[in-house]
Design a protein around this ligand. Structure first.
Ligand SMILES: *Cc1c(COP(=O)(O)O)cnc(C)c1O
Length: 392
């Protein structure tokens, strides 16, 4: 079908909940994609940070095909090898103790919030169910994770929201103390706020926050839905902050494009969720778990170390271009924010780049780049050339 045909059918049969670019992607390889008319695009978006090993990675494809031919699904009333091996890999490489698998990021965060509330209930009884989160955060689109999201624009239309969340300013421990109280059970943070504008938290702040959580017996919940799985140049971002969360969530990049998410707990929290208290039908799906195992095999220590270098390279080259519409860059690894100068609209610049053949994203008031972690130098240079030509 042509783009026009697809667009018309979409508007007829699909709920119009997305602001889509006028592009229909058909296929690709690595960080190079093609639309239905054969036009080439360089991928600086990875979906939204999902295609961690690029499009149609051969090892990833082979793992999925082999698992699909063997066992495509089995309920969680039975054991199966892929999710068990995946849990082992994730725990071994992160230093965490045990995993629970789900399908999406918001769902994983709901699991963390449930775990924190039950941890507190088991120890202290009722009345200690409040979770502190940070302004400008993003934790998902379910009713509860919208409430957890510290941005007023998300607290509309869908009343009543789940109660039990209060918000503090990022990088400000006093602000957190001001909204704390005897009803608090946990603090939930993104170490690099993604949707909010690619804003890394200060290392000192995070370490002091971890100490405060320990002192008060609040659980430290880290949302690594976007920062996890090598994106920032370590398997999990918390590994670069010198802290260990009580619970960490992951999703987007874990299975390289298939829907999978989950949480990892430390030793202290492994026994909180007991049979019957938490479950999900698709959690730990064998095909998704096999894909995730392939992703983790591709993302070995060297490949993840290269992520930091690639990020430095992209940021350096973008700042060198010194384009009037762009400002400074920030972020960690291949999670990059680019400031957009006043008088320019990030949405408009992003749309123009997409149209010119460079898929990218916005976040906050800037541009956001989340290329596949396996992107090659040649693909980065092609993308940078498009950026330069389009925005000069
Ligand atoms: C994308 C994202 C989510 C939501 O994930 P879904 O898979 O869309 O439910 C939650 N937290 C963070 C930090 C995210 O980037």
């Amino acid at each position: 079908m042509t783009f026009q045909e697809l667009k018309e059918l979409d508007s007829q049969y699909v709920l119009q909940t997305y602001g889509r670019n006028p592009i229909a992607i058909d296929h690709g390889r690595g960080a190079t994609l093609y639309d239905v008319e054969g036009k080439e695009y360089i991928d600086f978006a990875s979906g939204i940070g999902v295609l961690s090993v690029g499009t149609a990675n051969p090892k990833w494809q082979a793992a999925i095909a082999a698992q699909a031919a063997k066992l495509g699904h089995i309920s969680n009333l039975y054991y199966s090898e892929p999710y068990i091996r995946l849990a082992q890999q994730l725990c071994t490489r992160s230093g965490m103790a045990a995993a629970f698998f789900a399908s999406g990021g918001g769902e994983a965060n709901e699991g963390m919030i449930k775990l924190a509330r039950k941890y507190s209930f088991d120890r202290y009884g009722e009345g200690r169910g409040t979770v502190l989160t940070l302004r400008n955060s993003f934790h998902g689109r379910t009713i509860t994770t919208l409430a957890a999201t510290g941005q007023e624009v998300f607290h509309n239309y869908f009343f009543p929201f789940t109660e039990g969340f209060r918000y503090a300013d990022a990088n400000d421990l006093n602000s957190l103390q001001d909204v704390s109280g005897h009803d608090v059970c946990a603090v939930l943070v993104e170490l690099v706020q993604g949707e909010g504008g690619v804003l890394p938290l200060d290392k000192d702040y995070v370490q002091e926050l971890a100490q405060l959580c320990e002192d008060r017996d609040w659980l430290l919940l880290v949302d690594e839905v976007q920062t996890g799985v090598g994106r920032t140049g370590s398997l999990f971002c918390f590994q670069q902050y010198g802290i260990t969360p009580d619970v960490v969530s992951f999703a987007k990049g874990i299975a390289g494009g298939l829907p999978m998410s989950g949480i990892l707990t430390n030793e202290k929290c492994r026994g909180v969720l007991t049979p019957g208290t938490h479950a999900t039908t698709f959690g730990g799906n064998p095909v998704c778990a096999a894909a995730a195992l392939a992703v983790l095999e591709i993302l070995d220590e060297q490949t993840i170390a290269d992520v930091r270098e690639k990020g430095d390279y992209l940021r350096g080259r973008i700042e060198e271009l010194d384009l009037p519409c762009l400002g400074k860059t920030r972020g960690m690894g291949l999670m990059i924010g680019v400031e957009v100068s006043e008088d320019f609209s990030n949405k408009e610049l992003c749309a123009r780049l997409n149209q010119a053949g460079l898929l990218c994203l916005t976040a906050g008031a800037g541009l956001r780049l989340l290329p596949p972690l396996t992107i090659t130098r040649e693909e980065m240079d092609k993308g940078l050339a498009i950026l330069k030509d389009e925005l000069s």
